[in-house]
Structures are given as structure tokens and as C-alpha cells.
Design a protein. Structure first.
Length: 259
């Protein structure tokens, strides 16, 4: 019950008409590492993730740690389950084969998806695992296009792979003329070199927000929503939701104005 009340309060705050006097396209974005649908009690609970999504009513959702038909989720396609519960368009970016199925990043969109592809990210460190960025181009009202990316960077203490991954993302994404939102679990603090590389090019819509991991008593900010080009975006609202049960990360949600 407490979780439902907190989510409802956050959703009401984010639906406040702060943007009413601003001209442009308002887009609400949620970024969430869903820990393959396993909640804080060690239970598979994809409905808990769907509850967060439905309560916050985002237009675009970037999901990380998404299982597709693995044994540990009893062969469920988690992204398809979330699409069924939210009524959103869907794209899965496969990072690797895992446990009889696949593992990677997901995207949910209220806007029609026009194009979709996956960028494999370099993972050369000892004990590193394959990582990727799922990329879609969606059609906004008025037929303009927007790029949306869900990324999950390396988790190891050594930043070498993350630096290589951010470099590859910058090479592949910033060259396109379309406006772009890059969201996800970057596994790095705001003062790190890899995040600084990104924020030199992207506007950090989540700048100044508190930590996101671990969800029960968070101490590190690992999850971000980044915007390109900086001049085309205003940040209307941004929050780390006080959700402590559905995953081991807290979700980040931003309300954005594309000018």
C-alpha cells in the first residue's frame, strides 16, 4: 500500500501543468533498470514494474537488464509482457545469449516506432560481459522524428570498457541531425570521466537528482536521462521515484520540452 501511495504522489507531481505556458513538444521519459523482473524480495514480479510505468504514464521508457525467454524467468518474454500490460510499442536490443534465452535492453514507446537497431558495445575487460544500446526512431505528433536510446554500460570498477562504450555511443549517435534522448544505467557517478564525456555533448536532464542504487538505501547515482542537442531541450520536471521494492534500482523520470 505504501508503495502505491508514493507512486501516486509522484505521478500527480509529474502531471502538474508546469509546462502549460511553454511552446513545444512535451515528452515524458522513464529510465529503469528492472533487474530481470526480480523484486527486492527475490520474487519475479513483472507486474510491479508495469505498475510503476502505468502510474507515471511516460511516453518513452528505457529499460535495462531485460530477460527474453530465459530459464530464470520461466521462458517469459518480459518486454512482451510489459507491452501487453501498458499498451505500448516495443523493441528489444539483445546484448547476449543467456540462460536459454536472451538478455539486453528494452524500449517501450507510445509513439510509433519507425526504425530500430542495436549497437553492440565493446567489452574487453576481464570478467566483463556483452553490453549494448537499443536504438529506435519514433514518430512524434506532427510527423517529426526523434531518436531514443536505452543503454547499459559496463559494471566493473575499472572504467576502461565504459570509456570505450561512451566513445562509441558518441561516434554513432551525435552525428545524426535528429533530436536524441539517451537514457539508461551508465554504472558511473556524475563526476566520473565517462559521464563527463557524455555531458560535454548531452544535456543531463537528471542533473542534481539523488542516488538511484541500491533501491532500498541508495548511495550512488548510476541512472541518467541525457539530451541532444542541448539547445533543443528544456527540462520541465525530473525525479528519482522513491520506489524501493520492484527492482534494485530506483526509476528516474523526466518531463522534457523539445523546442
Amino acid at each position: 500500500m505504501q508503495r502505491s501511495i508514493i507512486i501516486l504522489i509522484m505521478a500527480l507531481l509529474l502531471n502538474a501543468p508546469a509546462w502549460a505556458q511553454i511552446q513545444g513538444q512535451v515528452i515524458k521519459v522513464l529510465s529503469y533498470n528492472i533487474h530481470h523482473g526480480e523484486n527486492a524480495r527475490g520474487e519475479q514480479d513483472i507486474s510491479g514494474i508495469a505498475t510503476v510505468i502505468l502510474a507515471t504514464n511516460p511516453d518513452l521508457v528505457a529499460l535495462q537488464e531485460v530477460d527474453s525467454c530465459t530459464n530464470r524467468v520461466k521462458k517469459l518474454n518480459l518486454l512482451k509482457e510489459l507491452a501487453a500490460q501498458t499498451g505500448m510499442y516495443v523493441y528489444f536490443g539483445k546484448a547476449m545469449e543467456h540462460d536459454g534465452g536472451s538478455y539486453g535492453n528494452g524500449i517501450l514507446s507510445r509513439y510509433p516506432i519507425e526504425q530500430m537497431y542495436t549497437i553492440a558495445l565493446p567489452a574487453k575487460g576481464e570478467n566483463s560481459e556483452p553490453r549494448c544500446a537499443a536504438v529506435v526512431k519514433v514518430k512524434l505528433p506532427g510527423d517529426s522524428l526523434l531518436q531514443f536510446v536505452s543503454a547499459h554500460l559496463d559494471h566493473l570498477e575499472d572504467p576502461a570498457d565504459r570509456l570505450a562504450q561512451t566513445n562509441l555511443l558518441l561516434q554513432n549517435l551525435a552525428k545524426d541531425s535528429l533530436p536524441l534522448i539517451l537514457a539508461g544505467d551508465m554504472n558511473a557517478e556524475p563526476t566520473s570521466k565517462e559521464i563527463t564525456q557524455l555531458t560535454n555533448v548531452f544535456k543531463d536532464a537528471s542533473q542534481g537528482l539523488g542516488p538511484t542504487w541500491p533501491s532500498d538505501t541508495p548511495t550512488q547515482k548510476l541512472d541518467y536521462i541525457l539530451l541532444y542537442p542541448k539547445s533543443q531541450w528544456n527540462v520541465v520536471n525530473s525525479l528519482v521515484l522513491q520506489e524501493t521494492v520492484a527492482s534494485d534500482h530506483r526509476p528516474v523520470i523526466c518531463e522534457l520540452l523539445l523546442k
